[in-house]
Design a protein around this ligand. Sequence first.
Ligand SMILES: [Zn+2]
Length: 371
Amino acid sequence: MRGEVSKLPSSNSFMSSETAREILRTLVLISSSTQSGKNEIIEHVGKHLKKLGFRCELLNKADSPAMIASNGAQGVLLSGHLDTVPIGSGWRVEQGETRGSLVYGRGAADMKGGCTAMLMAAGALQRDEIPVALALTTDEETGMSGAAAIADTKVVSLAPAIVVCEPTALRIGTREKGLLQLRIITHGRASHACMPEEGDNAIHKMVTIFNRLKSMTPVSSNEGEKMILNVNVIRGGEKVNVIPDHCEIEIDIRTPEELDQDDVLRMIRERIDEIDHDLEIMNRLRSVSTPEDAPIVKLISQLRPGAKICDIAFATEMVRYIEKNRNIAALGPGEAIQAHRVDEHIDLNQVVDAAKLYRELCLRIKSEAMV
Ligand SMILES: [Zn+2]
């Protein structure tokens, strides 16, 4: 074991953009939007961390594997997810392609770049004998059950601070919107298209619902306080000459802290109440916020003067961890706008900067604890 560790690069080379490129490209080339890909990537990262000397524990195996890797006790917890949304089509670059300091590929920004920075910091901190823990999950995009399992462990409650390494372009994310995902189903009666009076058109009903929801206006012009509602899935109809008896839509709603999700549901129900339908809640996460005077926010501001505090438009695993530890903020490399897009990419310079910041943060917290 000792022999293996001694072959690892020096603290400086842990922080080079070559190391960042190598780790990130490997992570991007393990496609991890499917169950088999999730198992493969967590296994790969586990091997990497064990080689560095980390103690790794797998949780949530039957569902979507999640891992806690630690070096020493009560270290700062760095959190990331290794799953991605599917690659999709229309890419103009190859997965893992590098152009100058940019690396392209699904997950490069959301958030294999952040995970790369975590692994780089982990290597340097292990060498420095500074405690740190890593939480890595594989179902952030689909339910966050891995983070829920990790949240129940002492690694979360005892951590002096938690950093969620999602892409914030190195700004300090303290506030994130809630998530409400709904499925609405309309039912009808099938008939021949030439005798519509014999049938009941489920798509026509849905169009009325759709129009009423579309007119739900944002509650504020301030970006962070705005509610966002989008219909992103629609299914219905079988054949052009048959009146459809079934239609369903899936709606994604992002709610600001100021807006109670029960009020949103009530507003929706009131608007579409008179149209016969079923409504299911698919997913629900509340909005969260860290006070701007939380120790972690102050410390990052000291280490990175001028780092802006920002709102996060998407839901992160912060929502799972904040219940158990309020000294938490999101900060990671990459632009959030790159997430889930074709030609997703990240600048390696930001990955290196994030890794350096995570390392400094852990060093500072360890030295403050010793005073
Ligand atoms: Zn993410």
